[in-house]
Design a protein around this ligand. Structure first.
Ligand code: HEM
Length: 147
């Protein structure tokens, strides 16, 4: 099945939670930086979308602050998987923020999904790519509506 089931959702929340239970406070930033490095490596044209936040230097403080906003956005969406109607509102809000940015397309979200799939197994133990992908798609489907 292609849908994010209750079981998938629990697994995703567990995988995500394990990442943050680890020692490093800087972990959220470094994981998002790794994801964006992977994305920019595979889709060099995407770098320019992030000029305002110094996308050409993923180690800059500006870009690290952007990374935190993205991870926190994802974190709240993952948390809300158990509350679909609130989740939909949150995703609609994120969709609006992305629609405002010229050049952001659904294909960019497909690419970042692949980047997460490459980074997460390195940082989460017992990573289940199928459960993760089904729920990640549920989240990005909502975020890219009308994009
Ligand atoms: C900004 C979340 C994927 C392009 C943001 C912001 C959040 C966010 C929370 C900050 C909004 C604000 O404060 O105004 C996410 C999440 C993603 C995701 C959770 C995936 C799960 C993407 C992808 C692209 C993209 C794939 C394009 C390839 C942008 C751009 C900005 C942005 C251009 C504005 C940066 C700036 O100038 O401040 N995103 N995003 N995002 N996002 Fe995403």
């Amino acid at each position: 099945s292609n849908s994010c089931t209750t079981e998938d959702r629990r697994e995703m929340q567990l995988m995500w939670g394990k990442v943050w239970s680890a020692q490093f406070t800087g972990r959220r930033v470094s994981i998002a930086q790794a994801v964006f490095k992977d994305l920019f490596h595979n889709v060099p044209a995407a770098v320019g979308l992030f000029d305002r936040v110094d996308g050409s230097d993923v180690n800059s403080n500006k870009f690290k602050a952007h990374c935190i906003r993205v991870v926190n956005g994802l974190d709240s969406a993952i948390g809300l998987l158990s509350d679909p109607s609130t989740l939909n509102e949150q995703l609609a809000h994120l969709a609006t923020q992305h629609k405002e940015r010229t050049g952001v397309t659904k294909s960019g979200f497909a690419a970042i999904a692949q980047s997460f799939l490459r980074v997460m197994p390195q940082v989460a133990s017992c990573f289940n790519p199928d459960a993760w992908s089904r729920c990640f798609n549920r989240i990005t489907d909502g975020m890219t509506e009308g994009l």
